[in-house]
Design a protein around this ligand. Structure first.
Ligand SMILES: C[S@@+](CC[C@H](N)C(=O)[O-])C[C@H]1O[C@@H](n2cnc3c(N)ncnc32)[C@H](O)[C@@H]1O
Length: 211
């Protein structure tokens, strides 16, 4: 019998937890170290199995990190992965409908999730609303044309090789045309021109500032 859509989504989340969820851990450590926040409130949208939120919040009791994801299974896996850390919370929630008051967050991250968004305009509007004035939103998407720095991927027995990762990013990620569409959506959002287009490791990233 074929899996029902929710069953298929759960299976995908389990596979992600043991595959990409492990392989991308070094990249998520680099992102957390680069943003380097020690206090305040950090929101990670599309947190998946939670590793960016965990690396961002580990050992930082003055920083609250909240990871949200539309997948119930991803949230359950992230809750297991956080191993009881009290300043890290995971909640089933869409970035298009964030149940926090305006000006709650100092930082928002969104890693490898923007290519899934069905309503980018609504998500950007919500992020603008919940960011504090001066706060920043970072949107990362892997670039299939980029060099992959040697220490950014955790490999077991050489797996996954670069060629496999790049094939996945070509299939599931954003090429330059999709990146340009995302940039146009940012320009049309309340963030407007307060954005910089950057690179970090094998990611393209947009850094949006809430003025
Ligand atoms: C490829 S995974 C990336 C997970 C994690 N950020 C990482 O880099 O490993 C994309 C995640 O975005 C989530 N997602 C998609 N649309 C979303 C939305 N509107 N709000 C919150 N999460 C969303 C999916 O459920 C999925 O877990």
């Amino acid at each position: 019998m074929p899996l029902l859509p929710e069953g298929r989504r759960s299976l995908t989340a389990y596979v992600y937890n043991f595959g990409p969820g492990v392989a991308y851990q070094p990249a998520h450590r680099f992102i957390a170290a680069d943003i380097d926040r020690h206090e305040g409130v950090w929101l990670d949208i599309g947190c998946g199995p939670g590793w960016l939120a965990i690396f961002a919040g580990a050992g930082k009791p003055e920083l609250d990190v909240i990871g949200i994801d539309t997948s119930k299974t991803m949230i359950a896996l992230a809750d297991e992965n956080k191993a009881g850390r009290l300043n890290i919370t995971f909640r089933e929630m869409s970035g298009a409908d964030i149940v926090y008051p305006q000006h709650t967050f100092d930082v928002i991250t969104a890693v490898q999730t923007a290519h899934h968004w069905e309503d980018t305009a609504a998500i950007l509007k919500e992020c603008w609303r919940v960011l504090k004035v001066g706060g920043q939103m970072y949107i990362y998407e892997a670039d299939a044309e980029a060099q992959i720095p040697a220490d950014w991927i955790r490999r077991r027995g050489g797996w996954p090789p670069d060629v496999f990762l790049k094939r996945r990013w070509k299939k599931f990620g954003m090429d330059q045309a999709r990146w340009d569409v995302l940039k146009a959506a940012v320009a049309a959002s309340p963030f407007g021109e307060n954005v910089s287009d950057e690179r970090h490791g094998f990611y393209r990233r947009l850094v949006l500032t809430r003025v």
